[in-house]
Design a protein around this ligand. Structure first.
Ligand SMILES: *C/C=C(C)/C=C/C=C(C)/C=C/C1=C(C)CCCC1(C)C
Length: 266
């Protein structure tokens, strides 16, 4: 199968942009922890770990993708080196349960309730990815569709739980925080729905199917990881404010290099 120069460039450039986006987001989430009350710092730490893991995997995905094609007469032909799909699935196996944990942790739920939600949604997420992988690498369309249907069961369970059980937890959040949490839930359901669609798009054999699959997964990863992380940050800021947490104004204004006459000297 051959990709046009446009298709190859679109996919490779988007993967490269994602390396940069994930890396920048990791710095932002790690360095922003001091902006929120201590109770919400673990959620920002987990957001940062998720995008750091994805940054590493996108480096590998970019390398594997560009190695799998070679320029022949203005188009990109397969080089013979296979593109390694397992980088994506290994990434999801780690990051999807962590995304669920960051969402539950930022809500600061009673311990038993939070743990039960994390456990059930986390196990469903692992089952969804484990059931999707055999279909992703299957050669026949028939078996790919069967694995897709099986993976849809835990996927739909997650969506269902977010609108039933999780909804109860949302209702108990402070008023100013509720709309943020509801929007974060919409972002999760919308961005996660990209994946099963891109997977089916990839079954449409040929260059267009491959382009749809790679572009779909890459954009969805950016939105699901960086986009959700920014919501988690906004929720953590709003909850810190409700809790009465204030950044120490005097300390925040203390810029040693500006305030100290000796800065840069001895
Ligand atoms: C950061 C990565 C994320 C949020 C990945 C999410 C992945 C999914 C929601 C994948 C779902 C799939 C199905 C529902 C069926 C077909 C197989 C999958 C694994 C692509």
């Amino acid at each position: 199968m051959e990709l046009s120069a446009f298709q190859f460039g679109l996919i490779a450039n988007l993967m490269s942009l994602t390396v940069a986006g994930m890396g920048a987001a990791a710095l932002f989430f790690f360095l922003s922890r001091s902006q929120v009350a201590p109770a919400y710092r673990p959620a920002l730490l987990i957001s940062g770990i998720v995008v750091a893991i994805a940054c590493y995997h996108y480096l590998r995905i970019y390398g594997s993708f560009t190695g799998a094609y070679t320029l022949v007469d203005g188009a990109y032909a397969l080089s013979g080196e296979p593109f390694n799909d397992a980088y994506r699935y290994a990434d999801w196996l780690l990051t999807v349960p962590l995304l669920i944990i960051e969402l539950v942790v930022v809500l600061n739920l009673p311990q038993a309730e939070g743990r039960s939600l994390m456990l059930r949604l986390g196990v469903a997420a692992l089952a969804m990815i484990a059931l999707g992988y055999p279909g992703e690498v299957a050669t026949g369309v028939g078996s790919a569709v069967i694995w897709w249907i099986l993976a849809m069961i835990p996927f739909l369970y997650i969506v269902y739980s977010l609108y039933t059980e999780f909804a109860g937890a949302v209702e108990r959040q402070p008023g100013s925080v509720q709309p943020l949490v509801r929007n974060a839930r919409v972002l999760i359901v919308a961005s996660w729905s990209f994946y099963p669609i891109a997977y089916l798009g990839g079954l449409g054999a040929g260059a267009a199917g491959e382009t749809l699959l790679q572009v779909g997964y890459t954009l969805a990863d950016l939105i699901a990881k960086v986009g959700l992380g920014l919501y988690i940050y906004a929720i953590a800021r709003a909850k810190s404010e409700v809790d009465g947490y204030r950044l120490d104004a005097t300390k925040a204004n203390e810029q040693p290099s500006l305030a100290s006459p000796n800065a840069g000297g001895a």
